[in-house]
Write a protein that binds this ligand. Sequence first.
Ligand code: NCD
Length: 337
Amino acid sequence: MQFAGSHILSISQFERADVEQLFTVADAMRPYAHRRRRTCVLDGAILGSMFFEPSTRTRISFGSAFNLLGGEVRETTGFEHSAIAKGESLWDTARVLSGYSDIVVMRHPENGSVAEFAAASRVPVINGGDGTNEHPSQALLDLYTIRSELAGRERDIDGLRIAMVGDLCFGRTVHSLSKLLSLFADLRVSLVSPEALKMPAEVVDNLQAAGHQVLETDALEQGIADVDIVYSTRIQEERFASREEADLYRGRFRLNQSVYTANCEPNTVIMHPLPRDSREGARELDIDLNDNPNLAIFRQSDNGVLVRMAMFALLLDVADQISEHDAPVNWCTERRF
Ligand code: NCD
């Protein structure tokens, strides 16, 4: 892929070499994200950030990533604060917003909406999640996390054994992650979900067409045995017709320390795109795992900044200029990590 000036709308745009290039740039972002150095390579650039669905991590980490590269962020959140509430089309909004920004990140509840916006945009657009469809930056940070968690274990993404657990039907993160994993070789993928929330057939077909072994099950214990990674997900209650319907599935697959000890290999890495639903009836990832060193969820959310910085650096074509614009950090960073 030619990164400079492109939109990032789907993982389908990526080839393996693109992923490797992005991860190399993400590695180089570490001193800046970890506040050992700072860079102003994007001084003067503006990110237009438009989030029409709830978001904490994705919105803030895209914004922080842009700030860490020296750029500024203008944001709008929620339809009620946008002219879309007055009947403006996505096409018009895109023409206007892209006149105010150098790059745009957008989240929207409808599948395909970010692509529709991008078609009218004069600047690159990144999909921050469109309905149940895709969440490409999350998949990239998930895979980056898998790569770094495996690094000390003499295992690689090729040959990976991974279980994805929960709402595989409506969860866009697992759709994008599965597409990304299809680029690698010899994977064993366990898909653990209730029958009604199974992974869409085309995503499974895509994994199988890539030569991966896929097991679909509704038995958590079976699915999480013999895997390197358990990737747990939240029941996407906002996609159900009613809360009662979501409640049928909430709390169905709970991973806690005793389930982990009884079923997982001792070093199985635990991931989750977050937010985990910590309410009584849910707890897909129990807080009693917080002291488990294999719980990678906050390393995962930290990695979001590195990967999103790399995306901006490549799309705005400054990846090889970062260190020419850098300086020491003046403030205390002692307790940061
Ligand atoms: C996910 C999303 O929005 O798809 N969150 C995130 O961006 N990390 C997952 C979720 O909301 O369950």
